[in-house]
Design a protein around this ligand. Structure first.
Ligand code: PLP
Ligand code: COI
Length: 341
């Protein structure tokens, strides 16, 4: 299929409506067979569970064009199982994991003209999501649900691309202890909106959330996990029950250990340790790996030795290896890459 005439290299991280998306409905205890539709709008009752009690969850993954011209996705099975975990936590029915992968493939195939070409710097962002659709006024889960998947071509999540970010420690919490921080529920993102608007207003790129209980340990940002590199080149990533188990972070840990022969520590990371690290970064589907140059808490700055001009050397190696695997010029571990067409 002919590609759309888009300025691929200059796309930001935004929504561009394409012609086709996937829909499946859940009613009377069963999912229907699902279909591709051209209707981008959803009409629901005013009292639908999603509107009243925020019963909505989502995922995010990407399709890539490889060097040899295939269109592939990266570990969609992990998005399928994370969506299932999110559904169980919000008392929603699970969309079967094999059908999730099939739905992704149908939508990407239906939108191949929007998949950015190899080397353009852009990718196709895929957004699966699910919501309670029937009226509920007493506080309880809905009985009917809709699962949908749309796609949109995107460029870098942060405007500067690979330029190191300045992050501040948020005065607000994103997730409660024993709450929902570990699932991908819309409510967690609603929680972060006030904090991100005020961070941007104050000139920061993102917020670092600390653990809500003691405010001594690093959790994550509103949309990415953290990675750190020690002076002796170990990879350290924060572990907590209230952060989202990032698929990118899990993949980076594997890449660091197996491809780059680094030591990897997945553990609690105290804020007080940050000053001793050599490099810092954010990781996620949207963020890929974005370097962090500076972290600010109540006016006090932690400046990483890697500086504010470019990605630290180890972060760059991780970035090159991860994106090399995604774009098909570095051999992927078994099962990581799914060719769609
Ligand atoms: N943390 C949060 C809060 C996120 O929204 C995301 C994005 O999905 C991530 C981390 C990164 O997760 P992943 O690498 O699976 O995209
Ligand atoms: C993703 O990386 O897929 C996310 O959902 C994060 C969001 C901030 C865009």
């Amino acid at each position: 299929m002919e590609k759309k005439q888009l300025d691929w290299a200059n796309l930001g991280f935004g929504y561009m409506q394409t012609e086709k998306r996937y829909v499946s409905n859940y009613k009377n205890g069963a999912w229907d067979e699902g279909a591709i539709t051209e209707d981008a709008n959803i009409v629901l009752n005013e009292c639908a569970g999603v509107f009243q009690y925020a019963q909505t969850i989502f995922e995010g993954l990407k399709a890539y064009t490889t060097e040899d011209g295939r269109i592939v996705t990266f570990r969609p099975d992990l998005n399928a199982s994370r969506l299932a975990d999110s559904a169980r936590r919000l008392e929603m029915p699970v969309f079967p994991e094999d059908r999730f992968i099939d739905a992704i493939e149908q939508v990407v195939k239906a939108n191949t003209e929007y998949v950015p070409p190899y080397g353009s710097g852009a990718t196709l962002y895929i957004r699966p999501y699910m919501m309670g659709t029937n009226p509920v006024i007493g506080v309880k889960p809905a009985d009917e649900y809709q699962f949908r998947v749309f796609v949109t071509p995107v460029g870098p999540y942060f405007k500067g691309g690979a330029k190191p970010l300045t992050i501040r420690v948020s005065d607000f919490d994103r997730a409660a202890p024993h709450g929902t921080g570990h699932i991908k529920a819309g409510l967690n993102y609603a929680m972060s909106l006030h904090a991100i608007v005020s961070a941007h207003r104050d000139g920061f790129d993102e917020n670092m959330y600390l653990d809500p209980q003691s405010r001594t340990k690093v959790e994550e940002t509103g949309g990415a996990n953290f990675i750190f590199v020690t002076k002796d080149h170990k990879l350290v990533t924060p572990k907590s029950d209230s952060i989202l188990p990032s698929i990118t972070r899990r993949s980076i840990m594997y890449v660091a250990e197996r491809y780059l022969k680094m030591e990897v520590e997945h553990r609690e990371v105290y804020f007080d340790e940050l000053k001793d690290f050599e490099e810092a970064g954010l990781c996620g589907t949207a963020a890929v790996i974005s370097p962090v140059g500076k972290i600010v808490r109540q006016g006090e700055e932690i400046c990483f030795p890697s500086g504010m001009d470019e990605m630290g050397a180890t972060t760059k190696k991780l970035y090159d290896t991860l994106t090399g695997i995604q774009m098909g010029h570095i051999e992927a571990p078994e099962g990581w890459i799914r060719t769609i067409c």
